[in-house]
Design a protein around this ligand. Structure first.
Ligand SMILES: Nc1ncnc2c1ncn2[C@@H]1O[C@H](COP(=O)(O)OP(=O)(O)OP(=O)(O)O)[C@@H](O)[C@H]1O
Length: 760
């Protein structure tokens, strides 16, 4: 038997032991769950609530234990140990201890695991040997050693496997894609790890070219922060913002596989509960709506809803005449504005002030003094008089965000009054038909309006105070339950249990509560593809993150939104007031070097601010370009042939491919429909996403460049790149950098500047 085989066998034993422990934990949790459920629906409401809380927690715990099955244990550190007594440290997805509390496996996020990602031979951090365990299912199939401290290592067993430490990474990069992002926990690189473990406070901006792992790093950082700052973040929640639903679906398995489930994932347009975006609009209109000046436009639109009438309004109440005088209204408006409160809340002051003035008029006519309680009755009579209500509403109408923004965008006079600095052409761009659906760029406007308008929140504030009090009680009670019964020992904390108590059945999780509440403030916000966000969208996000603890990842060369960022400083300085720190990622782990070079060249020629990067690998024949007459348009046979050949190369057509292997055909928005129709009528139709499911699940998808943002595929078939570049060079850069293996280009209309001359 070779040394390598011996070592593999040894590690198999270690890995088996960890899976056995995982299985025992699952069995214990399952047993407790069924025991809890067996208790049945009897008992006091308190007992029922307690039982339901335990049941949901056990369910959550089981889901968490199930999610870490794949590559549970992937690393081992042998530490310099002068006494020779130390045991190696096994690194895995979660921490495991055996029944007598001896550590079996260290969570990858624990400080002790840091050297697995960061130690180098120049700075070994006490590590003699770092070992990557390559596993398939529960079997160890390979090992890879790096010796970091040769002196300490001398005299002990030889290193086995590849010594460079790159095999595990390259194997991960070459794996066929499945339409879902995987985690990178076994192969996080040092520059990525530094970002992942960076402190919680402040905004960390990560700039990096396509494929440098920004999304992966942002998600692993979320998992790390949840681990390192659990008590803070579990209550306030973590929000992950992505560019599209498809993208959020693409990443939705990463955090669960890292043992974290309670994170809210949303697009910006989903962050205003109660509004669904179905409308689209020209880029120029979206760009205008995204400008920070719109905050001022909305503020003015609100002020214009606070207006004294031109003429006095006479009203008869119980036979007496009271007059709503313009001067009184103007005074009351001034007083209400000086409270500095939002419109709907300041309205309370306005109405109170007006009713007092009208009551004075009324009482003056009585000819005698009235007692305070009688005065209150007069005020109430006035308040419920229809004409007075109408007059006061006309002066200061309670408004919803939808009403304010809807009126502003459908009534030319209102828009002109609120936005005098916009040109007539710009205002025309913003106007639309009444009843038109909301667009993505409307959502930050609605959110801004909600802030300016406010809600009569007395009831909400009372409820919040009550919630806090109840939560303290629940926490106390949970502590008592845990200490007196011993239930949930080692599986459930008092915080978790309290979070699940509720007066009627299990209460909502933090994530569920946060997602339903527009005014929720998160403990940390991760923003992916952040370059797309407009100034107004930033204002909206920052409202949800008053601590400014954020991870912002993006690439200013990939911006397609007209309102998006061209450089971080000019976008972020105004909103974060300079208090952000920048980190950069420089290695492209996705795209083969040949393709990455071509994409960078084209992007640079188009004047995009391309970040310097190197590619982790190249792939033979990664770039295949067809130009000229043999490319017979978007609905020709060259297109079908390119897709067919790709499916053959991925082993899909002959059935040798396993789950992985994805092809995307990317065409300009004007061409995508024709491309999809051509493919649907061809031999590759069975592989298309025509059945209404997610495009991520199909072997072959047809997308516009913007739809591919943040995603990746084994093969990209790029149709008429010049037509894509004409709309936006950033879009072409995005499309060219999606493949992990091959970029096929069909260019009947010629190639954009900087494109390498095609190979024969
Ligand atoms: N350390 C790593 N080990 C293994 N795979 C990695 C590593 N870092 C990144 N990758 C892989 O590289 C690919 C690109 O990563 P990711 O999507 O996070 O890049 P990105 O910078 O967000 O790209 P884009 O800007 O194009 O959206 C993914 O498949 C990711 O799993």
């Amino acid at each position: 038997m070779t040394d390598l085989q011996d070592q593999i066998e040894h590690e198999q034993g270690a890995v088996d032991e960890r899976y056995a422990r995982l299985d025992r934990l699952r069995a214990t949790t399952r047993a407790r769950l069924s025991q809890t459920r067996r208790v049945g629906p009897s008992g006091s409401p308190q007992n029922r609530s307690e039982r339901d809380a335990f049941a949901t927690l056990y369910e959550d715990r089981l889901a968490q234990l199930d999610a870490v099955e794949q590559r549970l244990c992937f690393g081992r550190l042998d530490l310099a140990d002068p006494d020779g007594a130390g045991r190696p440290l096994y690194i895995g997805r979660i921490g495991l201890t055996d029944e007598d509390h001896t550590s079996l496996m260290t969570d990858w996020r624990a400080p002790a695991a840091r050297p697995f990602y960061r130690a180098t031979s120049a700075r070994p951090e006490g590590v003699v040997r770092r070992r990557h365990l390559v596993t398939r299912g529960r079997s160890v199939t390979g090992l890879e050693d790096e010796i970091l401290d040769l002196d300490a290592y001398a005299g002990t067993a030889q290193a086995v496997g590849t010594v460079a430490g790159e095999g595990a990474l390259l194997a991960a990069l070459a794996t066929a894609r499945t339409g879902r992002m995987g985690d990178i926990v076994a192969t996080i690189q040092a520059e990525q790890d530094a970002i992942i473990r960076s402190g919680l406070a402040g905004a960390l901006v990560v700039q990096g070219g396509p494929g440098t792992g920004k999304t992966a790093v942002a998600l692993h950082r979320a998992a790390y922060l949840l681990y390192a700052h659990r008590s803070t973040l579990e209550r306030s929640g973590v929000l992950v913002v992505g560019p599209s639903r498809t993208f959020l679906r693409y990443i939705d398995q990463v955090l669960p596989s890292l043992g974290e489930t309670g994170v809210v994932a949303a697009t910006v347009e989903e962050l205003f509960p109660g509004v669904t975006v179905t409308g689209t609009e020209p880029d120029a209109a979206a760009e205008l709506k995204g400008r920070v000046d719109m905050a001022e436009v909305l503020a003015r639109a609100v002020r214009q809803r606070q207006r004294a009438p031109r003429d006095p309004v006479e009203v008869r109440v119980d036979g007496r005449r009271v007059v709503v005088r313009p001067a009184d209204v103007a005074d009351a408006i001034g007083k209400a504005r000086r409270t500095g409160r939002p419109h709907n809340l300041a309205r309370i002051t306005f109405v109170r002030e007006m009713l007092q003035r009208l009551a004075d008029q009324y009482i003056a006519q009585l000819g005698f003094a009235v007692a305070p309680e009688d005065r209150a009755e007069v005020v109430e009579d006035l308040r419920t008089t229809r004409e007075i209500r109408i007059a006061l509403n006309l002066a200061w109408m309670p408004l919803t965000p939808q009403k304010l923004v809807g009126d502003l965008l459908t009534r030319p006079a209102r828009l002109e009054a609120a936005a005098p600095r916009l040109s007539a052409r710009e205002r025309h761009l913003l106007l639309r038909e009444p009843g038109a659906p909301w667009t993505a760029a409307d959502v930050p406007l609605l959110d801004e309006a909600a802030e300016l308008l406010g809600e009569d929140d007395q009831a909400a504030r009372a409820q919040a105070a009550e919630e806090t009090r109840r939560r303290e009680e629940e926490l106390d009670y949970a502590r008592q339950v845990l200490s007196s019964t011993g239930a949930g020992r080692g599986l459930v904390s008092a915080e978790q249990l309290a979070g699940r108590f509720g007066s009627s059945g299990p209460s909502l999780t933090t994530a569920e509560r946060a997602a339903a509440d527009r005014a929720w403030t998160y403990g940390h916000v991760v923003v992916d593809e952040a370059q797309e966000l407009s100034a107004m969208a930033w204002r909206m996000l920052l409202r949800r993150c008053p601590t400014r603890s954020m991870t912002v990842v993006g690439d200013v060369a990939q911006t397609s939104s007209a309102a998006g960022a061209r450089d971080w400083a000019s976008t972020l300085d105004p909103v974060l007031r300079g208090s952000w720190r920048l980190a950069e990622l420089t290695v492209n782990y996705r795209t083969p070097a040949t393709v990455a070079h071509a994409a960078q060249e084209v992007a640079q020629r188009a004047g995009l601010p391309v970040s310097a990067q190197t590619s982790a690998r190249d792939v033979p024949a990664a770039l295949r370009v067809q130009v000229g007459d043999d490319v017979d348009g978007v609905d020709g046979t060259a297109l079908v042939r390119a897709v067919e050949e790709s499916l053959v190369e991925l082993g899909v057509l002959d059935g040798t491919a396993e789950e992985g292997g994805r092809v995307v055909v990317v065409a300009a928005p004007d061409d995508a429909g024709a491309v999809a129709a051509r493919l649907a009528a061809s031999s590759v139709a069975p592989y298309l996403d025509a059945r209404g499911g997610s495009p991520l699940d199909a072997r072959v998808a047809v997308m516009t460049p913007r739809q591919t943002k943040g995603l990746e595929f084994d093969v990209v078939v790029l149709v008429e790149p010049r037509r894509i570049a004409k709309d936006s060079p950033g879009d072409l850069y995005v499309a060219m950098t999606r493949p992990t293996r091959t970029l096929r280009v069909l260019a009947g209309d010629g190639l954009p500047d900087g494109f390498p001359t095609p190979h024969a």
